[in-house]
Write a protein that binds this ligand. Structure first.
Ligand SMILES: Cc1ncc(COP(=O)(O)O)c(C=O)c1O
Length: 345
């Protein structure tokens, strides 16, 4: 099977497992796990922030990041396809009393004017006040799209001038950094709170980091415990993330090359299914045309390729460290033939 469902399916490598076995650990709820403390300091510095909080998941880091900026009864605004809107099980509303309003976009990237029109800070007694904007970079359901640098600078200034917080779901910020060459700290400094994940393309088994000011992180640490997610010898996992930063971050460009190879192969048979210029990182979104996405995913699985059906006519393929360019090319041939309605050769 060539598994392109997600980059979360990656398993720890031998080197990563050795690093985990060798980790120096302690009780993180007491603040005594050296591997966790070192990772929090390392990633905060990488992203140009004062402090970090190592979390079980990206969903938790997003939940806490937005919570730092938005009070109950206020709103966060984001893209309609944002992970926080579609895939976090309503946690921001269900657990923190935060409402959410969205703007529309084709690929997860909108213009600054649309965001300016959407926000309503200090809306008084009639409307819900916007307390934060959330962006996603790269944008998962948008097809791994990268937010343009100038747009990020503009939105950061817009939020600062409007007194509105700015959160980044940077689950795959690593991929944006590799694709654009923009330093991670330059990205990080534009936002009040940032989530980055180690369990996607970086290949760690578990874990994400929330970074922000020391004051926000101190509050978020209490709320994390309140949510039942304080953990103990988490350094076994933090050492996997540390290893990933050293050994897997530098190879992410290979995943981007594999995604481009996959998309090119699909396009050779089914040109309407994919926009090649939109494939810039490790995610490829395919338009299945008149075919139901679930049927395409089922038939692809029968032919040895796993992809995700994410909409009625949308299939997603994600490359990662367990998929070579050759695998991606083979998979692209299978999907291309399926979408073109011809048998694969
Ligand atoms: C863009 C984005 N944000 C957040 C998350 C949440 O991460 P987790 O699955 O660790 O909760 C994901 C997961 O795939 C994601 O793609």
């Amino acid at each position: 099977m060539i598994d392109l469902r997600s980059d979360t399916v990656t398993r720890p490598t031998r080197g990563m497992r050795e690093a985990m076995a060798a980790a120096e650990v302690g009780d993180d709820v007491y603040g005594e796990d050296p591997a966790v403390n070192a990772l929090e300091a390392r990633v905060a510095a990488l992203l140009g922030h004062e402090a970090g909080l190592y979390c079980t998941t990206g969903s938790l880091a997003n939940l806490l990041g937005v919570w730092c900026l938005v009070q109950p009864g206020q709103e966060v605004v984001c893209d309609r396809q944002a992970h926080i809107a579609r895939a976090e099980m309503g946690a921001h509303g269900a657990l923190h009393g935060i409402t959410m309003r969205t703007w529309d976009s084709a690929d997860g990237v909108t213009d600054t004017a649309t965001i300016a029109r959407t926000i309503t800070p200090d809306a008084g007694p009639y409307l819900v006040s916007t307390a934060a904007v959330a962006l996603e970079n790269t944008h998962n359901f948008g097809g791994g799209t990268v937010q343009p640098w100038d747009h990020l600078v503009e939105v950061s200034a817009l939020c600062r001038d409007a007194g509105v917080g700015l959160h980044l779901d940077g689950a795959r910020l690593w991929n944006a950094h590799v694709a654009t060459g923009v330093p991670l700290a330059d990205y990080g400094r534009l936002f009040d709170t940032v989530n980055v994940c180690f369990s996607k393309g970086l290949g760690a088994p578990v874990g994400s980091m929330l970074v922000s000011s020391a004051a926000n992180i101190a509050r978020a640490r209490v709320q994390r415990k309140r949510l039942g997610s304080g953990w103990r010898q988490a350094g076994v996992l933090a050492s996997a993330a540390d290893y990933a930063l050293d050994h897997h971050l530098p190879r992410l460009g290979e995943d981007h090359a594999a995604a481009a190879a996959f998309a090119a192969e699909v396009s050779a048979s089914a040109p309407d299914a994919v926009e090649l210029s939109a494939v810039v990182t490790n995610i490829v979104v395919l338009d299945t045309g008149t075919l139901p996405a679930a049927e395409v995913a089922r038939r692809a699985a029968d032919a040895g390729v796993l992809v995700s059906a994410l909409g009625a006519h949308m299939v997603r393929a994600v490359t990662h460290q367990e998929v070579s360019v050759d695998d991606a090319t083979t998979a692209g041939r299978v999907l291309g033939a399926l979408l073109a309605g011809v048998p694969a050769t």
